[in-house]
Design a protein around this ligand. Structure first.
Ligand SMILES: Nc1ncnc2c1ncn2[C@@H]1O[C@H](COP(=O)(O)OP(=O)(O)OP(=O)(O)O)[C@@H](O)[C@H]1O
Length: 453
């Protein structure tokens, strides 16, 4: 590592800390990710997902892995350096990004995703922190959880940050694929417009609840497999009708809202592929330059109005209207009071909380936490009209009923008498989908912010 001058820490994630550094030979600024875990052989390193997947990627919207170094059993990844991540851009922002900015960024990400998916991989942990920006260019980073599309299911280990996690993953589907990245992109795109996470769940159960509040509970026609997945784990969806997405993002074009809406479809098969997204009317003014015809510079979205020049494989049509034109219910107005409009600090705690939960999930969480009481048995089994009013009281009652005094007089969630989830194998058995809402009132742990700078 003496070939590099370390400048400063720019990020600290679950698996490693990231440093800005200077190559002494070339003078080039690079990002060095120092892995937390020790690696005692090269074989171990070579088999890492991040190495296996990133080594094969060469695209202007995918962050370039330049070198892998193992020194004194410590593993370092040397990446091209990017100035900041999208979360950092959002948190410093007072007014929403313009549609042109969102379009430019998303167009690039979808190009990167088209490439990744076509190469037979999917990312599985897309979130604003993993989209790195330098000037107008955006690149997908952090392939720590990337999966080969053809790798053998069931995929049982931890997948993706909760707020961007697709419903099929939340509902423990043993098989999923590239559409999980498309879901995440829908949530990210909405967040770029509003500067607030679209589905800021505080637990897996709350995540599904938040999704239902926005896009409405899934019906059999919408996602029959989703109903099967839920019943397999003894889960009952709250009966909520959702809101029209455009009410959550006033001033955003119908095309943008429509794209977000189709990306955030319950049924993974109904989400557009990355390539289909590139052809959406929202990107009508964007040029797509195939990688083979590209100079070394990244392809940015350009503004002259040129129609999409990609050939559609599936011929998917994008209607001018939302597919979910449901009437507003009591959740449409108090959106501001939902956690989705909570502060950046809240977000930090949530994200860090779940990273820690991820680390320790297999070991401790399930032993300490109660099983989830299906919302249908509690406050959520109400008519949508009453839901908003009664939820507060019902939740509070439910929370208190699920609390017990722990060491130091702290309120802790107590075990419920619900039967254990029916699915066997993998840590998902211990998923917090089965954790009562009471968990939400536990004092937030004061983790330091993951992303420095
Ligand atoms: N190439 C890079 N250039 C500049 N900053 C980077 C680069 N790669 C990562 N970072 C910064 O470091 C942070 C953490 O990086 P990364 O996501 O790779 O780590 P991780 O341990 O896998 O994190 P996570 O907890 O998200 O899985 C990023 O959010 C970003 O801010």
């Amino acid at each position: 590592m003496e070939r590099f001058t370390i400048i400063k820490e720019v990020g600290n994630g679950t698996f490693g800390s990231v440093w800005r550094a200077l190559s002494k030979q070339s003078g080039e600024v690079v990002a060095i990710k120092k892995m937390k875990k020790k690696y005692y052989s090269w074989e171990e390193c070579i088999n890492l997902r991040e190495v296996k997947s990133l080594r094969k990627m060469n695209h202007s919207n995918v962050v370039k892995l330049k070198e892998v170094i193992r020194e004194n059993d410590v593993l370092y990844f040397v990446f091209e350096y990017m100035e900041c991540n999208l979360y950092q851009l959002m948190k410093d922002r007072r007014k929403p990004f313009s549609e042109v900015e969102v379009r430019n960024w998303c167009f690039q990400v979808f190009q990167g995703l088209t490439y990744i998916h076509q190469r037979g991989y999917f990312h599985r942990d897309l979130k604003p922190e993993n989209l790195l920006a330098s000037k107008e260019t955006i690149k997908i980073a952090d392939f720590g959880l990337a999966r080969e599309i053809n790798s053998q299911p069931p995929f049982t280990e931890y997948v993706s940050t909760r707020w961007y996690r697709a419903p099929e993953v939340l509902l423990q589907s043993p098989v999923y694929g590239p559409p999980v990245d498309m879901w995440a992109m829908g949530a990210i795109m909405a967040e770029l417009f509003t500067l607030r996470p679209l589905f800021p769940g505080s637990s897996e159960a709350d995540e599904i609840y938040k999704i239902c509040c926005v896009i409405g509970s899934p019906t059999k026609t919408e996602w029959s497999q989703g109903l099967e997945l839920a019943s397999a784990i003894n889960y009952q969806y709250p009966q909520v009708s959702g809101v029209h997405l455009s009410t959550l993002m006033p001033g955003v074009s119908q095309d943008a809202v429509n794209l977000i809406s189709s990306l955030c479809s319950w049924d993974p098969c109904k989400r557009p592929t990355a390539m289909e997204a590139l052809q959406h009317p929202f990107f009508q003014s964007c040029f797509y330059i195939p990688p083979s015809l590209r100079p070394n510079k990244p392809a940015l979205a350009k503004t002259p109005p040129v129609g999409p020049n990609l050939e559609s494989k599936s011929g998917r049509k994008y209607p001018g209207r939302l597919s979910n034109p449901k009437p507003l219910n009591s959740f449409s107005t108090p959106v501001k009071s939902q956690a989705s409009l909570s502060s950046g600090v809240q977000r930090k705690l949530e994200l860090n909380n779940q990273h820690v939960a991820n680390d320790k999930k297999q070991k401790s969480d399930a032993k300490q936490l109660p099983k989830y009481r299906p919302p249908g048995l509690n406050s959520l089994n109400k008519s949508p009209g009453n839901l908003g009013k009664s939820r507060g009281v019902a939740d509070a009652t439910e929370k208190l009923g699920n609390m017990t005094l722990g060491p130091g007089g702290k309120l802790l969630a107590k075990r419920s008498s619900m039967p254990p989830p029916m699915k066997a194998g993998g840590w998902h058995q211990q998923s917090d989908l089965f954790v009562g809402r009471s968990q939400e009132v536990l004092p937030a742990r004061s983790y330091v912010r993951k992303v420095a700078g």
